[in-house]
Design a protein around this ligand. Sequence first.
Ligand SMILES: [Zn+2]
Length: 311
Amino acid sequence: MSSETTPTENTLKKCPDLWFEDGTIILQTMDDDQQSFRVYPGILSMQSPVFKTLFTLPQSKCESSNTYEGCIIVQLQDTSQTLRHFLRAIFDWSYFPTQSNAHNYRAVLSVLKLSTKYEVTSLRSSAITVLSERFPTHFEITRFNEPGKAIVHPFQAANAALESNAMILLPSALLMCCAYKTETLLNGILLKNGVRYKLCDANLVTVLAARTKLTSVARRVVFRFAFYPLDINGCHFPEACRLGKIKWAESLERADGWIDLFAEIPTEIYRECRKHAVCVRTAAHSALWDALPGVFGLGDNWSVLKKLTTQ
Ligand SMILES: [Zn+2]
């Protein structure tokens, strides 16, 4: 007789949408929730070389060799919620849409994390595609002018991208992080479930260092017209434009020194001056975007990040 205890109906917490009566293996999480998922090992093995290896290990080498109704129970270190999203994406193709509209970003982050860990390349690449709609890999100013629109917070996205080696998402996510006040960067944010969430140390160091560089770029390049005296030929209202510039420069600088790189040009800057300011800002944004991976110490350019992400 085996000395191991056999789980009963009472001790096993079945995940209702991932408990297939004809499944032949049970995955069990070890967090407080300790959910059990009765699934099909063949499908998991087909998608994931990591599961394939895991399932071919002799039972004694698995973390658990308990059984339930003849199914081996394999214990995993993932959290119940993360694993649930990932397994739903594996076993139900309609669960994981490829567009972000009204999408559950917690599911996307979970899928990114576990598809990386278990090497499910197609799902990983879908998760990166969905996230890149909110954390773009090419310059889309509107994405940076919609604070609070994302269900996933830039702190979460930056941490997930770093953890999952999805480097291509990092510049956008980190740039959005830079716009938070120093206090928020250090203390973290309060999530809806009441949990305090912080940037990981590596991302925090990167963001704090980049903020200094970016503030300087904002002042000297993007909004040079506001911060440094310059007379524009053909200006019809030099006095009004001068006052407009002073007011603009004051409004651009936040108390902690941060300058919103995507701030609008105020209406008090007129005609020729306005044209000039728009022109400078547009060219500066484009140059800044190209230089962004370097600003965050991630590599020389975007194609390096793309290569790193697909590895
Ligand atoms: Zn003017």
